[in-house]
Design a protein around this ligand. Structure first.
Ligand code: NI
Length: 383
């Protein structure tokens, strides 16, 4: 088996980058990953998946998993690289192409040392992270069966190359989405008292909801409420009958998360009723907070130091990550690795440094056997 070179890792990344596919439509991406795994005769698990691949290397009872996400975003790429996206309006603007090439490299490297691996390493190439439903698909397909610990990464454009951060406990946020439908009564703009002005009432709701983080929950807890859409009216001299507000709430504490829908409902009903309008809340729970197992987060940081990374304890993130679903089932840790991009995640100019790939391959290749030793029951270590 040939050694996997840095050039090979970059070639994989660029090929994935040129052919990005949206969540749950990663058909060609899945074919490419499958072919590249099969080149090294890596075992693939026959799981019932439409897109995504699960590979496994090694033998024995001890079993850990590594995860890469493989989907792209509906964004028109604005870089001028020769390897820019060839799919109009679709771009790997979150670096999942980079994550995938890292885990492909790890798969090849572990395959080379398969005989000395103290257990099995399962590598999950997961679809649909951006829509937050890919992890659940893999769980439903049985990808976590027998897995004792799971690890994953995301590149971090604001971190310099060679930096790795994570934290024990809550890391990424609970992500919930909501729509508020407010019905008043339409009227001529010159005679607002004849109607029930849903725009004025909706505006008060926007402001009132901002008091949730500052006046309802402790300032020591993280709560973000953002209204991201306010849709109302269609001309200048008519007060519309109804408005729609849409937005998101981010939290880390599950008890607070559970209280938020009733709190929002109470506020919007109270305000609407005061003016003779009706308000309805459509609450759409998203992925839970990503909660790292403290011992595995420490382990991931220690391994990173040994691999030559500058390490830091990460601050809390308000973004979401569907790796959280795995960590609800089994222990593990998710890490951020610096990608030093001038433009951030989901930006059309996002351009992660490819130099992060080879060190990340070394890191996970070193981490996997040590994690297997740590999960293996003592008797299997002495036998
Ligand atoms: Ni991402």
């Amino acid at each position: 088996m040939a050694e996997i070179s840095t050039e090979q890792l970059v070639r994989w990344r660029r090929e994935l980058h040129q052919h990005p596919e949206l969540s749950n439509h990663e058909f060609d991406t899945t074919k490419r990953i499958t072919a590249w795994l099969q080149q090294a005769d890596i075992r693939l698990l026959p799981l019932p998946l439409r897109t995504g691949v699960v590979a496994e290397i090694g033998h024995g009872d001890a079993l850990i998993a590594l995860r890469a996400d493989i989907d792209a975003l509906p964004i028109e790429e604005a870089t001028s690289h020769p390897w820019k996206s060839q799919n109009n309006g679709v771009m790997h603007a979150c670096g999942h192409d980079v994550h995938t090439s890292v885990m492909l490299g790890v798969a090849h490297r572990l395959r080379q040392q398969e005989k000395s691996l103290p257990g099995r390493v399962r590598i999950l190439f997961q679809p649909a992270e951006e829509t937050f439903n890919g992890a659940q698909q893999l769980i439903d397909a049985g990808a976590l069966k027998g897995v004792q610990a799971i690890f994953g990464m995301h590149n971090a454009p604001d971190l310099p190359l060679g930096t790795l951060k994570t934290r024990g406990g809550a890391f990424y946020a609970n992500v919930d989405r909501f729509v508020i439908r407010l019905r008043g009564k339409g009227a001529h703009a010159a005679r607002p008292h004849e109607g029930v002005d849903s725009i004025v009432i909706g505006s008060q709701i926007v402001l009132a909801l901002q008091a949730l983080p500052s006046r309802v929950f402790s300032s020591l807890e993280s709560v973000v409420v953002s209204i991201t859409r306010f849709t109302a009216g269609n001309t200048w001299n008519v007060l519309p009958q109804s408005v729609e507000l849409e937005g998101t709430v981010r939290t880390h504490n599950d008890a607070i998360r559970q209280q938020i829908p009733q709190r929002i409902q109470a506020i919007i009903s109270g305000i609407a009723e005061g003016f003779g309008a009706e308000a309805e809340l459509d609450w759409q729970p998203g992925p839970p907070a990503l909660v790292n197992t403290p011992a595995w987060a420490d382990f991931a940081l220690q391994q990173a130091e040994q691999s030559g990374y500058r390490t830091e304890v990460a601050p809390l993130q308000m973004g979401g990550e569907d790796f959280a679903f795995y960590l609800q089932q089994i222990p593990g840790a998710f890490v951020s690795i610096g990608s030093a991009s001038q433009f951030g995640l989901h930006h059309p100019g996002f351009d992660p440094a490819e130099a992060l790939i080879a060190p990340a391959v070394d890191y996970f290749t070193a981490l996997a056997p040590r994690a297997l030793q740590a999960v293996a029951p003592p008797e299997s270590l002495t036998s």
